[in-house]
Design a protein around this ligand. Sequence first.
Ligand SMILES: [Zn+2]
Ligand SMILES: [Zn+2]
Length: 321
Amino acid sequence: MVLDAPRKPLHPLELPDPMPAPGHVLLQVRACGVCRTDLHIVDGELSRPKLQLVPGHQIVGEVVSGGERFGPGTRVGVPWLGWTCGECRFCLSGQENLCDRARFTGYDLDGGYAELVVADERYCFAIPDGYRDDEAAPLLCAGLIGYRSLRSAGDAERIGLYGFGSSAHIVCQVAVSQGRSVFAGTRAGDAETQEFARSLGAAWAGDALAGPPEELDAVIVFAPVGALVPAALRHVRKGGSVICAGIHMSDIPSFPYELLWGERAIRSVANLTRADGDEFLALAPTVPVRTEIERFALEDANEALDRLRGGALRAAAVLVV
Ligand SMILES: [Zn+2]
Ligand SMILES: [Zn+2]
């Protein structure tokens, strides 16, 4: 399924089989998760995708050939981080997620909305046993980047997750298993999502803009809604933090300095490192994280994106190939 230009639907196209370069694996795609970032790319909110592009960066596939790290038939995952330079100041300081020349799967490189994909084996992950292909796919971005966001919240005990979708439903399970209290913020009146959050152990679920009845230590904002940032600042205690986990957000409205005063902090979380992936994929089965998914056929990718755009998905959308 390819994107020819932003704001156009994807369309099915028969492409030549990709050939793995040295150090790359050719994968038969089994499942590919649909991420909000895919939607930002398709909707033209991120400025520089490769065109024409095969989107998709939560890929679970089986090695067909190539590389040395994984044998044929091995099940591996391909995440958003597809390549880094290894020599810039960020790569050399354990922050490869910020590499100036990083290439991203399903953005700079063709991704997993396809039957075949090639990937640099150094950036692939082994997939933990105990997850079906479709269940494992959302771990690869919703899970990984959600986990990085949770880690950047430090030891926050009372943690808000605003925008309770595919990432938050995973982070909620991890946070609860760590003994934290989760406060799930949704659109006002979204009783179904609020009930879903409570079923995963959230202590409170309600309107994110209004906020919970008690002060929080940190809030992770997953929804691409800038107005949630000053709202979340109102909800955190002195010294608390607001972490923006998405790659794109509508403008943040201006707000009185008083909301930031008291050593409150706002920060973003960008991309992932391979260390994040190794750590999270080892942790997930011990929680154990269970992913709630909604399956779509590959050729129904546009429908999956439409449902995500319209807020009509409760679970993580996964294309099953
Ligand atoms: Zn670099
Ligand atoms: Zn993603």
